[in-house]
Design a protein around this ligand. Structure first.
Ligand code: SAH
Length: 350
C-alpha cells in the first residue's frame, strides 16, 4: 500500500529514527498483497486474504516462492501442533503476536481444523481496521460465530473461539491482562506465533516477550519467522531497504545467527529451541510433493538470489513441554496425518 494513502498513517507514532510504528504496521499490508499474489497463482489456498487487499498486485516468482515457503513452514508446524496427541484430549490454543491481517484462523475454520481458542494481538490501529473488515464481510463474520461482538472503536472482536485484541506487545504488564481478557488458559497447550514481528522491536522488548511467554505457558510452542545474517552484503542491503521505508530491524544485531535465535529462547527459560534457515527448511522440511507442485507454477531462473534470500530468513521454534506432548514435534517429526511428507533424512544432518 502506498504509505501516502494509508489511513494508518494518521496514527503516526515515531518510536525510533530507523523504525516507526506506522511503517512497521504497513509491512502488514505488504504481506497481505504478497499472499494474495501467491493465492492467485495457485501456490496456496486462502479464501480470505483478498478482503484485506485494496489493490491486488502481481509479485515476481521469487517473491511468490518466498511467501509460499513462509506459509508452508508455519502451516506444517501449526498442523503438527494441532494434530499432536494431548493424551486427555485437552483443548488447544493459538496466540498470534503482531497478527496483522493474517487470515490463518479463518482458513483453519474453513478447513475444520481450528483450535478451541485463537487469539490475535496487534496495535489498535491494525485491530480496528481488521475488526471493521471482519464486520463488513459476511464470510468472515460467519467464521467467528453469530454471537461474536465486534467493536471497531476499541479494535476488539470477541467470539467464543476467536479474539482480536489491541495491545502494544512491549507493555508486558498489559499482556497479562490480555491473557485474562482473551480467556487464554496458561495450562493448555498453546502455539504462539511471532511472524515478522519481534525483529522490529528493540532487543530488550523481544527478550521480555519471549521470557514472559515461557513463564506464562507451561506447554507451548513459540514459533518465530524473521531475518538473520545482517552482516554480509545481502544482509546489509536487506536492512538498508527496510530502513529506507522506516522499518528498521531493531532486533537483528542482538540475534544475527541461528545459534543466537536459539539462545534467545534458552536464556529466557524455554526447555528446547531449534532454528533453521529457510533454505534448509525449503529443501528438507516442506512437503516434497507440495514443493514439486509449486515449482511447476511459474518459470523460475533466479536461483542465486533465491538461495541468498532464503539464507537470510529463518524459523526458530522453542518448546515448553510440561504435559509431555511435544516429544515428536519439530522439523524432524514424522507428521501423523501426512504420510506423503515422510522421506528419508539426509545423513549429513543427523
Ligand atoms: N504476523 C503477520 C503480520 C506481520 S507485519 C504476518 O506475518 O502476516 C508486523 C505486524 O506486527 C504489524 O501488523 C505490526 O502492527 C505488528 N507490531 C509490530 N510491533 C508491535 C507492537 N509493539 N505491538 C503490537 N503489534 C506490533
Amino acid at each position: 500500500m502506498n504509505p501516502e494513502s494509508n489511513p494508518l498513517k494518521m496514527a503516526a507514532n515515531t518510536a525510533d529514527t530507523r523504525s516507526n510504528t506506522v511503517a512497521v504496521q504497513a509491512t502488514n499490508d505488504d504481506a497481505s498483497a504478497s499472499k494474495l499474489s501467491c493465492v492467485k497463482k495457485g501456490y496456496m489456498r486462502d479464501d480470505y486474504v483478498h478482503f484485506f487487499v485494496r489493490r491486488p498486485v502481481r509479485r515476481s516468482p521469487i517473491i511468490n516462492r518466498g511467501y509460499y515457503a513462509r506459509f508452508a513452514a508455519v502451516r506444517q508446524l501449526l498442523d503438527q501442533f494441532l494434530n499432536s496427541d494431548t493424551h486427555d484430549g485437552a483443548k488447544k490454543q493459538v496466540l498470534s503476536l503482531g497478527a496483522g491481517f493474517d487470515t490463518t484462523f479463518f482458513q483453519l475454520q474453513e478447513e475444520g481444523k481450528s483450535p478451541h481458542l485463537y487469539v490475535e494481538l496487534d496495535f489498535k490501529e491494525v485491530t480496528s481496521k481488521k475488526a471493521a473488515l471482519i464486520e463488513i464481510h459476511e464470510e468472515m463474520r460467519q467464521k467467528i460465530g453469530v454471537t461474536a461482538s465486534i467493536s471497531t472503536d476499541t479494535g476488539e472482536v470477541h467470539g467464543d473461539h476467536y479474539k482480536l485484541l489491541p495491545v502494544d506487545l512491549r507493555d508486558i504488564q498489559n499482556l497479562n491482562e490480555i491473557i485474562a481478557l482473551a480467556n487464554l488458559d496458561p495450562s493448555l497447550p498453546t502455539f504462539i506465533i511471532a511472524e515478522c514481528v519481534l525483529i522490529y522491536l528493540d532487543p530488550e522488548s523481544s527478550r521480555s516477550i519471549v521470557g514472559w511467554a515461557s513463564k506464562t505457558f507451561s506447554t507451548a510452542v513459540f514459533f518465530l519467522y524473521e531475518q538473520i545474517h545482517p552482516d554480509d552484503a545481502f544482509g546489509e542491503q536487506m536492512i538498508r531497504n527496510l530502513e529506507s521505508r522506516g522499518c528498521g530491524l531493531l532486533g537483528i544485531h542482538a540475534t544475527p545467527t541461528l545459534e543466537a535465535k536459539e539462545r534467545l529462547f534458552l536464556d529466557q527459560g524455554w526447555q528446547r529451541a531449534v532454528a533453521w534457515d529457510m533454505l534448509r527448511i525449503y529443501s528438507e522440511f516442506i512437503d516434497r510433493h507440495e514443493r514439486m507442485r509449486i515449482e511447476r507454477l511459474e518459470l523460475f531462473d533466479e536461483f542465486e538470489e533465491w538461495y541468498m534470500m532464503q539464507e537470510h530468513y529463518c524459523v526458530a521454534y522453542a518448546i515448553n513441554d510440561a504435559l509431555g506432548i511435544f516429544e515428536n514435534f519439530g522439523f524432524h517429526a514424522k507428521p501423523k496425518l501426512s504420510p506423503r511428507s515422510l522421506r528419508p533424512k539426509k545423513k549429513k544432518h543427523q
